[in-house]
Design a protein around this ligand. Structure first.
Ligand code: PMT
Length: 220
């Protein structure tokens, strides 16, 4: 494992939280900063990969990466589906809204009109779709942000979404998950023992994720 072990490999990673419009000024959003996704991108670049970041945030672009800016789950869905066709490794580190307003109001909803009722509808599960359409040899990686039953919930997502690896993230723990510079995760694969990564910089977590991706590619 080292500097050139992703030479010639094309990796796409999603980063940040989607924003779903309520009206022309308000959104439903979440607390993802994009830091963990960008750390995966930077580590993959350092290991020789060509990297695309499908991003909802404006963090500095790691030199050499191509950034595809998106905002909503629908835009991320289209961008990830398009990218999956010609990328060998697909990583969903983004926090995708599970629900969006069924219709966004045109203009700004006025306070004087009273408290609005916002009807929500589910968004497409981008990762599950990528799992259904996975190409031979492609490595598909998800993250799982959980506050309860971390391993059971993450294992169920690993199986249902047909992933090669899921990064289980206990986002209720101190200094872990959304917006922090540090993270702590458990790496789960279909046929391997869980690997725990204790609290560390997000770049160190990214290194462990990329090490595992390299191992998955080698053992095929
Ligand atoms: O961005 P940071 O501030 O650095 O924080 C990092 C993080 C906490 C966002 C990251 O480590 C993380 O856990 N990302 C996944 C967040 C999430 O939405 O998890 P989930 O358990 O709800 O979703 C499971 C997987 O399905 C994820 O890979 C998610 O990208 C994907 N998903 C979810 C819903 C949906 N509609 N489509 C999807 O593809």
């Amino acid at each position: 494992l080292g500097p050139n072990d992703l030479d010639g490999v094309r990796l796409v990673v999603s980063a940040g939280g989607t924003r779903e419009p309520i009206d022309s000024v308000r959104v439903i959003a979440n607390r993802s900063s994009g830091k963990q996704g960008y750390a995966v991108a930077a580590e993959a670049l350092a290991r020789g990969a060509s990297v695309t970041i499908v991003s909802t945030v404006s963090l500095p672009t790691p030199p050499g990466a191509v950034v595809v800016p998106v905002e909503t789950a629908a835009e991320m869905h289209a961008a990830m589906n398009a990218a999956a066709d010609d990328h060998d490794v697909v990583v969903m580190a983004a926090a995708v809204a599970d629900f969006r307003p069924a219709s966004a109001a045109t203009g700004k909803i006025k306070k004087r009109d009273g408290v609005p009722e916002i009807v929500l509808e589910p968004t497409p599960d981008i990762l599950a779709g990528l799992g259904e359409n996975k190409r031979a040899g492609q490595v598909l990686v998800g993250f799982a942000a959980e506050t309860d039953d971390l391993i059971a919930n993450a294992t169920s997502k690993l199986e249902k979404k047909r992933l090669d690896l899921i990064v289980a993230n206990d986002v209720g723990a101190p200094e872990v998950g959304f917006a922090h510079d540090t993270n702590a995760v458990t790496l789960l694969r279909p046929d391997a023992k869980p690997v725990e990564i204790d609290l560390a910089a997000k770049r160190d977590v990214a290194r462990a994720v990329i090490d595992t991706i390299v191992d998955i590619r080698r053992t095929r």
